[in-house]
Every structure is written in structure tokens, then in C-alpha cells.
Design a protein around this ligand. Structure first.
Ligand code: ATP
Length: 601
């Protein structure tokens, strides 16, 4: 049983607590976290965040946002807490005087080191501020060198001896990634708006700033310190990834011409999207979901240093593995091999990459996202000396559907995925998906012409063959970006191998929750709910109306569902849940089919 231990040792501390005027106590944040934990409705969550942000001072706001999202900084600069379960257990031993066996036994009963800490620590003195705890966790995270584990353990146990039991629950849950609040960026942005207006009206201004700098902590700090108008000051900067512009879909070449008229047609390359930031010889790269990939793609960085004439620049392109002998691109499965964290040197030799650059956002101190696409592309071509590592994607400017069709066929024959059409005068709209860019992909017979990226929100135990795995089907949702909700679109049991199902179950059990997550809307009840975290790519025959799915559901009308869905690949690690296919896209895809059916699937 989990029980208190009154005589635990308190350990010595060498940190002076420094609560000052405006700083929020950590205990206050903890009260809010507990309130958020008990909330199942997104609107309540937003209102609660609004109150929390209102109460926060300008010093507190960024640490509060990072901590509630289980981070120590923006997502593109991940600082690993470096606190695993073993280290947490050891720190608890030190902080409480209990034996390792006792701690392990309690953990077995509670299944959560946060709860173990809460049971064992019964100090009532609230000493620390949010900033204190944030700084301490950061100190632990950045400790390195000889004896790191011991140092980290000591620092964490020191911290645990200065908090109350209730605080300790969160001091451990945050670094262990067990908050399970599921607070997405849109909810944080709306919470910020609520903190001032009591509604979400300021979200567009907040979102614009976020799209440009990708750091909600920075946005919140400026918002809190200087008000909403000051957010305009946040500009594109080398080193801060810009949230990427995305494409809508077309069903045909005519469709493209109708929407764009005269436009630029490029090949659609099937590799990794890269946003590259160059400052002198310093080159950094970010993926589709803004994770840093510099270490993985050192050959491209080298190409940029040699082939890009500008001193400072932000450019985008697609990186693909190619065969140096023939100059041809490898299929995506081969390019995928480059996405690993070991044997990096050997991989650059075995599968060298080439960047097909297609856009320029910033050059020699100037933000050019406001210029038209044609102009940006022209500047891009003028600053690159094409060679093996970096080339500029060529394009055809036309308004002739027949010519587009021909370009498309050639792309497909050349093993590419299709084409991208771009509006000639379009600005680079950070974080936006609209018809400035339109993708036309090859369609497979009997298949939707595009795949759907869905977020797993639960699983069913399964009967029949897969009952032995304890998992037989996934409940998958798409993203409603207007409401920051996940609405279900498929129950899917096809596409994983017998090896993958148990792996999937293990991964999902780590993020299971005992009630429907706050941002999920579903009619169907899975056996196990999971936090919306993992994105999978699905192929389906078509989209149908369905009364048992909630995607696109309005009132009593049926929602939309995938017919005969099957998984392609495993988890899409390059996408966050909020990057999944949106409800709006599902509706567009449904519209393009030109028919409506009701399914009981
Ligand atoms: P999305 O990124 O739109 O959510 P997705 O990840 O499933 O969708 P696709 O639908 O295949 O990707 O198409 C968009 C992606 O195509 C871009 O993010 C980019 O990585 C890639 N791409 C390839 N060639 C080009 C090009 N010429 N211009 C822009 N993007 C391109």
C-alpha cells in the first residue's frame, strides 16, 4: 500500500528560495494543474488556462507554458529533462529515507512516481516559486560530465525535499511526461486570449506571432509584458524555425487552373521537408514538425555552406536520397533510412542526400515572406550554385491544363509523387494551409487519391486472431483545427504486422488514460482511451457519411468516416497530433469524390 513515512530525512539544500513580488508560487500552478486534470471539456480547460495566465506575471508566463506542456523551452529546442523512472525512484529514496524496495512496491501499487512522491512527502511548507522549480529542473537537465547520474539524483532529491506532497506529484510528473493534460498549442493560444478578453478573439494575432517564431513562451512573454499590439514586433529570425506553409489538394489539372489561373508547376518530391537556417557558417535544419535535424543531415549542411551565396538565409526544400552514379532519386523507403540517430557518417556515404530547394523566406538580413512566390523563387535561384548536394526545384509557368497534365505524367513516370502548383503572387504564409500551394498526387485505383493522417485516440482489445495481443483495432481521429478537438474518422484493424501490434500496444499503454481525453469527441467507445499523441498514415477506398464517427458531425447529422481504412507504415514521427489531416480536408476530399453514401462501418 502507498502510505506516509513520517521520519524521512529532509536532505540538505544549497538553493535559496527566491520568491519575489510578482512571482507565482509553484503551489498555485499545481492547484491549476490539478484543476486542469479534472477537466474533461475543452472550453473549461481554456477558461482555466485563462485564469492561470491572468494571474501569472511576465516572469512566470513562459515557464508556466513550458511546464504545462512538459517542456523546458520551445519544442524546436528540446532540452531533455534527463529524468527517467530509475532516477526518480533513486531521488525518492534519498529524499524520503525509504528503501528502494519500498519505493518500488509503492510504485507497483500506484503506477505513477508522482503519486508515490505525494504519498511519502508530507511537508506542508510551500517555499518555491514556479521559476524556482523551472530553474531547478533546467539545472538537472543541463547537468553533464562525470558522475552525471549521481548529480542529477542529488539535485532532484534536494528539490523533492523542498516541496509539499502535492507539489512533489507534479515535480515528478512533468519531467516523466505523465501530466496527461493534453494541452495543445491552440488551447494555450486561446487561454492567453481569455486571460485578457474572456474569449478567444485575440487568437489570430497570437497565432500569427507563433507561426513566425514557433515559441509560445516568447509570444506569451511579449503578450503579457507589452500587450497584444506588441506581438507585431515578432519577426522572422534566423535560428527560430518558421511554422511551415502547407498545401491544399486538387483533383485534376483543370481544377488547378480554375483556382490559380497562371501558376508555377513543380515536381512533388517525396523526401523530408527541410527548413534551413544559415548564419555565416552556422547551418541548422528543421523538419516538418520543427524538430532539429541538423545532426542527421550533415551532408546537406555542407552543401549549403558551399553552394549558398547569401550570408544569412532561411530556405526550404525537400531532401531526398539519390544515386550518385545515375543521378536518380531513390524511393522514399530508401530516403527514410537517413532518419536515424546512429551510424550517421556511414549513412551519408551509403545514401547521400540532395536538397531540392523550393522556397526562400529570408535573405541577407531581410524577411521576404511578404514578397510574391515568383519573386522569392527567382531570388532563391540567384543565390544557389547548383551541384550534387543542393539544387533548385525547376518549374513551369503555365495556365494550360494540358501542359500541367503532361508535367504531372512526366513526374509520375519519373517515380515522383505528383506535382505542386503555386500561386505566383502568393506570400509565404507561415503555418497556413490554403490554395496558394496545391498538391496533385497520383491516385491509386479504388483508393482515395491521398492518404489521411489520423491520431490514435484509443484501442479495442480485439477478438479473433489478435485477441492474443490484447489489441485488435485502433480508434483514430482527425483534427478539428477550428475547435482544437480530435474527432473520430475510423476504426482500423488492418495494416500492422503481428510484430507491430504488440509494439503498438506497449506504446499506447504508456499513454493510456482512464477517461476520454478532454479534446477528443467520439460516439464509439474504445476499450482503452489514449492521449492523442501518435499519428498514423491511412489509405482508404473512399470517405462516407457515418453515424458512428464524429469527424465533421454537426448536430444530429452523421459524421464522416474512412471506408476500408488500412495503415501504411508505422507511426509518422514527423507529425504532431495537430499536424494530422483536418476535418476541413476530409470534407474537401469527400466533396471531390462527388458522391455521398452512408456507411455503418
Ligand atoms: P502536409 O505536409 O500537407 O500535411 P503530408 O505531410 O502528408 O501533408 P503531402 O501531402 O505528401 O505531405 O505534401 C506536402 C509535402 O510535399 C510538403 O510538406 C513537402 O514536404 C513536400 N514537397 C515535395 N515537393 C514539394 C514542392 N515542390 N513544393 C512544396 N512542397 C513539396
Amino acid at each position: 500500500m502507498c502510505e506516509d513515512h513520517p521520519e524521512r530525512s529532509r536532505g540538505v539544500t544549497h538553493h535559496a528560495s527566491r520568491i519575489t513580488g510578482g512571482m507565482m508560487r509553484f503551489s498555485k500552478l499545481v492547484d491549476y494543474l490539478a484543476e486542469l486534470e479534472a477537466t474533461t471539456k475543452r472550453l473549461e480547460m481554456t477558461a482555466t488556462l485563462g485564469r492561470l495566465f491572468k494571474e501569472a506575471s511576465e516572469e512566470d508566463i513562459a515557464p508556466i507554458i513550458y511546464l504545462t506542456q512538459e517542456r523546458l523551452g520551445p519544442a524546436f529546442e528540446p532540452i531533455d529533462f534527463g529524468i527517467g523512472e530509475a532516477l526518480a525512484a533513486e531521488a525518492l529514496v534519498k529524499a524520503t529515507g525509504k528503501s528502494k524496495e519500498d519505493i518500488k512496491k509503492l510504485y507497483k501499487d500506484c503506477g505513477d512516481y508522482g503519486l508515490v512522491a505525494e504519498k511519502l512527502i508530507n511537508d506542508k511548507t510551500k517555499r518555491l516559486s514556479v521559476v524556482d522549480v523551472f530553474d531547478r529542473l533546467k539545472e538537472i537537465a543541463t547537468t553533464s560530465g562525470e558522475g552525471t547520474v549521481e548529480k542529477k539524483t542529488r539535485l532532484l532529491s534536494d528539490l523533492l525535499t523542498q516541496v509539499t506532497g502535492h507539489e512533489a506529484r507534479y515535480v515528478l510528473r512533468i519531467p516523466l511526461g505523465r501530466l496527461r493534460l493534453g494541452i495543445g498549442d491552440p488551447t494555450v493560444m486561446e487561454g492567453l486570449s481569455w486571460s485578457v478578453t474572456g474569449d478567444k478573439t485575440l487568437r489570430p494575432q497570437i497565432e500569427r506571432a507563433y507561426n513566425v517564431c514557433s515559441d509560445l513562451g516568447q509570444v506569451a512573454h511579449v503578450f503579457k509584458a507589452e500587450g497584444v499590439d506588441a506581438l507585431k514586433k515578432i519577426k522572422v529570425q534566423v535560428g527560430n524555425p518558421v511554422r511551415m506553409a502547407l498545401a491544399e489538394r486538387a483533383k485534376s489539372a483543370e481544377d488547378i487552373v480554375t483556382r490559380l489561373g497562371k501558376c508555377a508547376i513543380e515536381s512533388k518530391f517525396d523526401g523530408f521537408r527541410c527548413q534551413i537556417h544559415k548564419k555565416g557558417n552556422d547551418v541548422r535544419m528543421f523538419s516538418r514538425n520543427l524538430e532539429e535535424t541538423t545532426a542527421m543531415f550533415s551532408d546537406i549542411a555542407e552543401g549549403i555552406r558551399k553552394q549558398l551565396k547569401a550570408k544569412t538565409a532561411i530556405l526550404e526544400g525537400e531532401a531526398l536520397a539519390y544515386d550518385p552514379d545515375t543521378g536518380e532519386f531513390h524511393p522514399f523507403q530508401v530516403t527514410m533510412q537517413r532518419k536515424r540517430k546512429y551510424d550517421l557518417e556511414a549513412m551519408t556515404v551509403k545514401y547521400p542526400l540532395r536538397l531540392m530547394a523550393f522556397d526562400l523566406l529570408y535573405v541577407d538580413g531581410k524577411d521576404i515572406t511578404g514578397e510574391g512566390y515568383a519573386k522569392r523563387h527567382e531570388t532563391l535561384a540567384s543565390i544557389i550554385t547548383p551541384d550534387d548536394k543542393v539544387q533548385v526545384a525547376q518549374h513551369l509557368v503555365t495556365q494550360d491544363a494540358k501542359e500541367i497534365e503532361k508535367y504531372f505524367m512526366e513526374a509520375i513516370t519519373g517515380g515522383l509523387e505528383g506535382i505542386m502548383a503555386k500561386r505566383l503572387d502568393s506570400k509565404y504564409q507561415a503555418g497556413a494551409r490554403n490554395y496558394n500551394w496545391i498538391k496533385l498526387k497520383r491516385s491509386y485505383q479504388g483508393h482515395l487519391s491521398d492518404t489521411v493522417d489520423g491520431v490514435i485516440v484509443g484501442y479495442l482489445r480485439g477478438r479473433g486472431m489478435r485477441a492474443r495481443f490484447g489489441i485488435g483495432a485502433l480508434l483514430v481521429a482527425v483534427y478539428d483545427d477550428k475547435q482544437d478537438k480530435f474527432t473520430t474518422v475510423a476504426k482500423i484493424g488492418t495494416g500492422f504486422s503481428d510484430v507491430e501490434w504488440p509494439q503498438m500496444r506497449e506504446m499506447l499503454d504508456k499513454i493510456s488514460v482512464d477517461h476520454k481525453p478532454a479534446r477528443v469527441e467520439a460516439v464509439m467507445q474504445p476499450d482503452v482511451w489514449v492521449e492523442p499523441k501518435y499519428v498514423i498514415e491511412m489509405q482508404a477506398d473512399e470517405i462516407t457519411r457515418s453515424p458512428i464517427h464524429t469527424a465533421g458531425k454537426v448536430g444530429d447529422e452523421p459524421g464522416y468516416a474512412l471506408r476500408f481504412p488500412r495503415v501504411i507504415g508505422f507511426i509518422r514521427t514527423d507529425k504532431k497530433p495537430e499536424d494530422a489531416t483536418t476535418v476541413k480536408e476530409i470534407l474537401t476530399m469527400f466533396g471531390k469524390q462527388g458522391k455521398s453514401k452512408v456507411s455503418e462501418q
